[in-house]
Design a protein. Structure first.
Length: 249
């Protein structure tokens, strides 16, 4: 227990220091590069790779996620989901507007492909759909978690329909992603605090995470498309959980 606690402290300090160094590097390099976004995403990916290695996250990857102008849709387990997934591809991601005001972190997010949305506004969903479409039309990809929250359930929560409406209207293809952790306690859900969850999870020597990437999908009907994507993710989660003898109901 003591060794695990010390391990978690060291990893937490590394997270803080590495994040500060990465964002500071972006800040120093930005005046000298033309494509600040490309630089920011490159530095972010290097940071994600370093984080997963140092935090002891072993990623089991299946499938090929390397596409352009694509919409990545994933189930959601924890705050480290995007860090693990950005080991394999680069994309925009949505975050709540409050993050923009966080010291240093807000700048790092804004320059590395994080788009901020005000979820409390009545027009936020329509604005988000337009933003996603504009990002993809601009030659980039974006990662979305259509459940809208994290969960440790064997199957996904109902997917929000708006993103599928956008995909149909703008002929955007979707790459479905299924992510699961061998230890169900690694999911960050409910009112659990970041610090408590971090010290519980990263006190362990190794965290095993499986990420399965599906083939590009598109349908002319948004409901059929949503069902097709969600069924694929649920089927892959079932395969992972059977392999690890995790509950299926």
């Amino acid at each position: 227990m003591i060794i695990g606690f010390i391990r978690a402290i060291i990893r937490f300090l590394f997270l803080v220091v590495a994040s500060t160094v990465t964002v500071s590097t972006m800040l120093l390099l930005s005046p000298f590069v033309k494509d600040k976004l490309a630089m920011g995403m490159k530095e972010r990916q290097k940071w994600c790779i370093a984080m997963m290695r140092f935090l002891g996250v072993k990623i089991i990857k299946k499938g090929n996620p390397n596409y352009q102008n694509i919409l990545y849709l994933s189930n959601h387990r924890s705050y480290i989901d995007p860090l693990a997934q950005f080991n394999h591809f680069n994309a925009f991601v949505l975050a709540k507007a409050e993050v923009r005001s966080w010291p240093l972190i807000g700048y790092g997010c804004s320059i590395s492909g994080v788009h901020f949305v005000k979820r409390e506004e009545k027009t936020s969903r329509a604005n988000a759909r337009k933003t996603i479409a504009d990002i993809i039309k601009g030659g980039h990809s974006i990662l979305i978690y259509p459940e809208g929250t994290t969960t440790d359930l064997p199957k996904t929560l109902p997917f929000k329909p708006s993103v599928f409406k956008m995909a149909v209207e703008h002929h955007v293809k979707i790459i479905p992603i299924a992510i699961e952790y061998q230890d169900p306690k690694d999911a960050w859900i409910g009112d659990d605090t970041f610090i408590r969850h971090f010290f519980q999870t990263f006190a362990k020597k190794e965290i095993v995470c499986a990420i399965h990437y599906g083939p590009p999908m598109w349908e002319a009907d948004e409901e059929i498309l949503k069902r097709k994507v969600q069924n694929w993710v649920d089927a892959e989660l079932t395969l992972m959980r059977k392999k690890w003898d995790l509950p299926l109901v």
